[in-house]
Design a binder for this molecule. Structure first.
Ligand code: FES
Length: 350
């Protein structure tokens, strides 16, 4: 079936109206020839045309505010896919909207940690202020409100994003003030990161296009240094208490472990490993990111340290897979390694 699910044609075929996208509004700006040229520019970035679908859908949203039937058709034509295939992708990911969005997309995390700290109360307050529920747009077209699953910023909970920019540690009043400002046409600066744009602007960025008018505007959008205070709270507490993580069984304490009571470092090594050249680290990353055994084997063939246990720190690698690793001598407080799956009990009983 080549009909877009939910379209009149698709409904006629299946008898079901799943309505993945709404029909185009009368005042929706058409997708011009320029949009088609931009779509082809995206396609040219990839070895396989269909790999361009995700940014192309963002491109459609940047012009029409959602994945319209016209946008689905354009992507299908340019990529040689069916509209059903494009529709299946567009309806899988929550970042692709099935109905026109407002000027801004406000996402309130109501996942576990944010919810415990007030995320649901924030959502309910904004819902009442805007007169909308999940995935609905205020009557003035200013804001679309949505529940969001974990936004990967739990240490700043409860978090709200506007057009995917973070507003950390919100409460009901601060979130209401934020949305009120958006409705007045203001763009409050996010807690961290680039300045706020709008939903269509951020969609254009996600499609891989520069939305800034010139070098100065672009420079102003460069990420500000983020505050990572909450992220390090656990480390600071552990340092105050003189606590540290126990070493892994059979392994000596990390060579670069901070002595108890030392102020935690604010940065970590990009790879988190030690003693490797950049080439080895890059090769490790290629092996680690392989999706299939065949890809992994291929990546391993080009690894500068063939035969190593890729991704492990140098000096901690097994000599091969046929022989089990020799037990390393226990040092410090490391517990001894027992070769038995049922080590003897401390009280001597079986
Ligand atoms: S639970 Fe809200 S960011 Fe993770």
């Amino acid at each position: 079936m080549s009909a877009l699910p939910g379209s009149a044609e698709g409904t006629a075929v299946t008898g079901l109206d799943s309505s993945p996208v709404e029909p185009a509004a009368a005042d929706l700006p058409p997708l011009t020839e320029q949009v088609r040229l931009e779509a082809r520019e995206i396609i040219a970035r990839y070895p396989q045309p269909r790999s361009a679908l995700l940014p192309m859908l963002h491109l459609v949203q940047s012009h029409q505010g959602y994945v319209s039937p016209e946008g689905v058709a354009l992507c299908a034509e340019e990529l040689g896919l069916t509209k059903a295939e494009v529709g299946a992708v567009a309806t899988f990911y929550t970042m692709y909207k099935r109905r026109p969005t407002g000027r801004h997309l406000v996402s309130v995390c109501t996942n576990t940690l944010c919810s415990v700290l007030g995320g649901q109360r924030i959502f309910d307050a904004l819902s009442a202020d805007l007169g909308v529920h999940h995935d609905e747009t205020a009557a003035d077209g200013s804001v679309t409100l949505e529940h969001a699953e974990c936004l990967a910023a739990c240490d700043y909970a409860p978090v709200v994003t506007v057009d995917y920019e973070f507003y950390d540690q919100q409460d009901v009043e601060s979130a209401r003030a934020l949305v009120a400002a958006l409705r007045r046409g203001e763009k409050p600066h996010p807690t961290r990161g680039a300045p706020l744009t709008d939903f269509r602007g951020i969609s254009r960025q996600l499609a891989g296009f520069d939305q800034y008018g010139g070098a100065d505007a672009r420079a102003a959008a460069i990420d500000a240094e983020g505050s990572i205070g909450p992220t390090l709270a656990g480390l600071r507490l552990a340092a105050e208490r003189g606590e540290s993580a126990p070493p892994l069984p059979g392994r000596p304490p990390a060579e670069d472990a901070e002595p108890a009571g030392t102020e935690p470092r604010e940065t970590t090594r990009p790879s988190g490993r030690t003693g490797e050249t950049p080439e080895e680290e890059a090769a490790d990353a290629r092996v680690a990111s392989a999706d299939t055994p065949a890809e992994r084997a291929g990546a391993a063939q080009t690894h500068p340290d063939k035969g190593a246990e890729y991704g492990q720190p140098r000096g901690r690698q097994r000599a091969g897979t046929e022989n089990p690793p020799a037990a390393e001598p226990a040092t410090g407080t490391s517990p001894p390694v027992s070769p038995s799956p049922n080590p003897p009990r401390a009280d001597g009983k079986a």
